[in-house]
Design a protein around this ligand. Structure first.
Ligand code: A3P
Length: 324
């Protein structure tokens, strides 16, 4: 199906871009008919290239809406697929072990800036693990046709947007307020890679027809990590001992991930922080909780969330856990 890019003219979308170091003077766009939101120029420059990416039966793809616990899932999957080689995990940046297939706008830290994510993914040793924030219908054709294993991680939208606010501040120099970001989010007009519900439902609605798709939940990882690890291992057809489940739980604990420079992006955003000079002190692996939204959202904001969630959830069997 032909995909075209349409400028989002909404005032909050413009304000959001203007208030972000990375996108000043740019617009957000919507890729029709599927409705995913990107940086201007994405469809013309990258959509077809992404559609044509070659995928292999032994690939594993990890997909998500941003801020859903993607890196947490990635670290688990990498260790499972690599025979629990924690030595390598602790000495090789996650961006290199599991690159993000993206557009060339994206700076894939620790990868040669001259090498696009397309080339990097193409030249990886097999079996590959690749990550992307694309909605289901925007994925490479090969990935869908060959029914390659995919893991999609979901986190409740209230924590997602609070986590996104931190992300935007540390990585994109966002100097705007929560209200603008929330307005955009609840109007389904941003930020990048959204809109949230279209993204989540594009996978959720496929879950019963696609045995190659495993859906995991951030909140469940918090509540019972060994159970989720075992489920992922079984999906990947990897055998793991109870002892290694415990080792892996320890390796991907919040404290260890936060202190691990191979996963926490500290260096990359320290560099960007200098360039943006906004003095904001958050971390990429920041709070790692469910229910952080309660500290940030006013009663009126919560009411707006409830209405928005009700509208999108009414015809689905998707339910969220908002606190663990
Ligand atoms: P917070 O910003 O709420 O702290 P993503 O990788 O999709 O960008 O998601 C980032 C979110 O996952 C961040 O949430 C981060 O702290 C959280 N996260 C990463 N590793 C985690 C872990 N081991 N335990 C709990 N949360 C983790």
């Amino acid at each position: 199906m032909e995909v075209i890019e349409e400028l989002i003219k909404d005032k909050d979308a413009k304000k959001f871009c203007n208030e972000s170091h990375s996108w000043k003077n740019e617009h957000l766009v919507i890729a029709k008919p599927y409705g995913q939101i990107f940086r201007e120029g994405y469809v013309a420059n990258f959509h077809q290239k992404i559609q044509n990416v070659t995928c292999y039966e032994d690939d594993v793809w990890i997909t998500s809406h941003p801020k859903s616990g993607t890196r947490w899932t990635q670290e688990i999957v990498w260790c499972l697929k690599n025979n629990m080689d924690l030595e390598k995990a602790l000495s090789t940046n996650l961006n290199v072990r599991i690159p993000m297939l993206c557009d060339d706008f994206f700076a894939n830290d620790y990868v040669d800036p001259q090498v696009s994510s397309f080339e990097f993914v193409k030249n990886m040793e097999r079996p590959r693990i690749v990550h992307t924030h694309l909605m289901y219908d925007m994925l490479p054709r090969d990935l869908l046709e060959k029914k390659i294993k995919m893991i999609y991680v979901i986190r409740n939208p209230r924590d997602v947007i609070i986590s996104y606010l931190n992300h935007l501040r540390i990585l994109h120099g966002y100097e705007g307020d929560l209200q603008t970001l929330l307005d955009l989010f609840l109007k389904d007009l941003g930020p990048h890679w959204g809109p949230y519900f279209k993204h989540v439902l594009s996978y959720w609605n496929k879950k019963s027809e696609l045995p190659n798709l495993l859906i995991t939940r951030y909140e469940e990882m918090q509540a019972d990590l060994p159970k989720v690890i075992k489920r992922i291992a079984s999906f990947l057809e990897v055998t793991i001992s109870d002892e290694d489940v415990l080792r892996l739980c320890d390796h991907v604990s919040f404290e260890k991930m936060k202190a691990n420079p191979m996963v926490n992006k500290d260096e990359s955003f320290e560099e960007r922080k200098k360039a943006m000079n906004n003095g904001y002190a958050g971390k990429f692996i920041n709070k790692g909780k469910s229910g952080t939204w309660k500290e940030y959202l006013t009663d009126e904001m919560v009411q707006r969330f409830e209405q928005w969630e009700e509208k999108w959830l009414k015809d689905t069997d998707l339910k969220f856990v908002y606190e663990v």
